[in-house]
Design a protein. Structure first.
Length: 597
């Protein structure tokens, strides 16, 4: 037997330490010498002492790339007020006064560009009026989703004369977004996180890990042949046909962040004893921690003829491209959509102008009737019918007929036969969790993964989030639910990343989703089965707010159309742990909106 002496062992250990130290120095030099802007996070807002001015400053950028200007007087803003001000001729900033201090950040949500001045101001953050993303007032960091980028944060100074002066980087004013600095991997760090799922949840988890200081190896296993992309636009057929524009980050971004993305491969098995993820390409990955975010797949009904060509589901980028390609530009296709939920209606709305005819079939009695009620459903029906979309309610498709392997018509349960050159399915989803059945991970009856408030499964260091997670919902008394919303999936990715890093961060979930139908955007925050509801506004004009109550008359959800930012305000109220009841709406249905600062 060969035995090392104590001095020899010490020498080996010392050399390894020195090697890691040298690698750390190289990485530190690389980061500190980069051209990325570096934020001063403790206080990017007000500095009343002019000798303590700090802001979003790059070490390698000269002062000629900044603009500094007095934008207003301190008295021009009331407490808990937001206003947009021009800063020189270079751009605009959102100035917020809260708790006697001023903060200046970018003016538009980094998701789809909503004006944040019209959003919901909470305690230390502002929530987007369109889709509920949240940004920290002091740092500009994104705290809730959808979206990936943070906001630029600008230096604010209040002079002795009571003038509010803002100093901003000109490039930040133009871009109105900021990618948070990524940490770097250390070659001698042996810990490895494997992320199974290349969607927004997995991507957010990877960014959170690297951005919060994880120095080990990060590998994303993506079933599709693309980098993580904006899946929201898939059901808006034709919105984006270039995958490069749809992907949320570039290849170079992941390379620089040292995040490995394995594309076109899926997990086939998880060995939680030996800590391996087995892949469809025959390889396997060892992990220290694993995050499961495999998402859901479209449900395909078991009916005769469903295997015919020109029958589509709507889930990924290729689905959208194939539908658009088959639809063509001649307006010669009779299109049938099965499903009266969000996916089916969005597909029908986006394809109707390119089709010869568009018919939607479903078991409900009105579009989105189960969610918003019969009255709102009838108004949506009228909106669709004005765009030449026809409906067949209280029925479903029982057979697909074809010629030469291509669909030509569908038969309904009520005896009707409809011409159909294309059939689009929007009848729900099932979960990609079959590969976990022998893993020892506790699964629900529908295949969902049962997790704690920190998204950890019953097996240590195995986490799950997104569509597949049966997780506590803070806004619903922490009762567990499976919810398939993109914003929540991203939030899960963030929370999972923090808990993998042992930051001990519980979920504070507030479900928020929306749909866009013929230019009408309907938003919804909250969850739970409603016992009753109260409508404020004009239903016929689709300008309304709906309050949904449980049996105790507590407001469990709010929906709106053309009434922003009330849904975002309610989401912020729930996030703060506050509640609202029917009696609170009696004198003024919207008085509560002033109670969220």
């Amino acid at each position: 037997m060969f035995v090392l002496s104590r001095s020899r062992c010490s020498s080996i250990i010392l050399n390894k330490v020195l090697k890691c130290f040298h690698q750390d120095q190289l990485i530190l030099n690389r980061v500190m010498g980069s051209s990325y802007s570096r934020s001063y996070s403790p206080n990017c807002g007000v500095n009343k002492n002019e000798n303590e001015n700090r802001g979003t400053i790059s070490r390698s950028v000269s002062s000629s790339q900044y603009v500094e200007s007095v934008v207003c007087k301190a008295t021009d803003l009331k407490e808990n007020e937001m206003k947009v001000f021009e800063i020189g001729e270079e751009g605009k900033v959102l100035l917020v006064k809260q708790k006697g201090e001023f903060s200046a950040i970018g003016t538009k949500c980094t998701h789809y560009g909503a004006p944040l001045v019209s959003g919901a101001l909470g305690d230390g953050r502002v929530r987007c009026p369109w889709h509920g993303a949240c940004f920290n007032l002091k740092s500009g960091d994104i705290e809730d989703f959808p979206g990936f980028d943070s906001l630029p944060c600008y230096q604010v100074t209040v002079t002795e004369k009571g003038e509010v002066k803002v100093r901003a980087k000109i490039s930040d004013l133009k871009s109105n977004k900021r990618i948070k600095d990524m940490g770097m991997a250390v070659p001698c760090e042996e810990s490895t996180v494997v992320i199974v799922g290349g969607g927004p949840s997995g991507a957010t988890c990877a960014e959170t890990l690297r951005g919060e200081g994880f120095k080990g190896r990060i590998t994303i296993v993506a079933k599709e042949n693309y980098l993580p992309y904006d899946r929201i636009k898939v059901s808006k057929i034709g919105t984006v046909t270039d995958i490069e524009k749809l992907q949320v980050r570039s290849e170079q971004y992941y390379k620089d962040a040292q995040i490995e993305v394995i594309k076109g491969v899926e997990a086939t098995k998880l060995d939680s004893q030996e800590k391996f993820v087995y892949l469809s390409n025959g390889s396997k990955l060892r992990y220290s921690s694993v995050y499961l975010a495999t998402g859901s797949k479209p449900r395909v009904p078991d009916i005769p003829g469903i295997e015919l060509k020109n029958i589509f589901t709507v889930r990924n980028f290729e689905d959208s491209v194939n539908i658009l390609k088959t639809l063509g530009s001649e307006k010669d296709k009779d299109v049938v959509v099965l499903g009266l939920s969000f996916i089916g209606l969005e597909a029908a709305a986006s394809c109707s102008q390119s089709a010869k005819s568009m018919t939607v079939v479903g078991k409900d009695t009105a579009p989105l009737g189960q969610i918003f009620g019969e009255e709102i459903g009838r108004s949506l029906q009228k909106l669709f019918e004005e765009k030449n979309v026809k409906f067949h309610f209280s029925t479903t498709i029982t057979k697909c007929n074809g010629e030469n392997g291509i669909i030509k018509s569908v038969e309904l349960a009520d005896g009707t036969t409809l011409p159909a050159d294309m059939l689009i399915l929007g009848v729900g989803t099932t979960l990609y969790t079959d590969f976990l059945k022998d893993s020892g991970i506790e699964l629900g009856h529908n295949g969902s993964v049962i997790v704690s408030e920190k998204l950890e499964t019953n097996i240590k260091n195995v986490y799950a989030g997104g569509d597949i997670a049966y997780a506590p919902v803070f806004a619903h008394n922490n009762e567990p639910m499976s919810i398939g919303h993109v914003g929540l999936a991203q939030y899960h990715g963030k929370i999972a990343g923090l808990n993998i890093l042992k930051r001990e961060t519980p979920l504070r979930t507030v479900p928020y989703f929306w749909t866009m139908l013929f230019g009408k955007s309907i938003r919804y925050a909250g969850c739970g089965k409603a016992a009753s509801s109260q409508i404020e506004g004009d239903i016929n004009e689709l300008k309304f707010v709906i309050f949904f109550f449980d049996k105790s008359d507590k407001v469990i959800a709010v929906a709106s159309c053309m009434s922003d930012p009330v849904v975002s305000q309610f989401a912020e109220l729930l996030y703060q742990g506050k509640s609202l009841h029917k009696k609170d709406l009696k004198e003024d249905p919207f008085a509560w909106t002033k109670n969220i600062y």
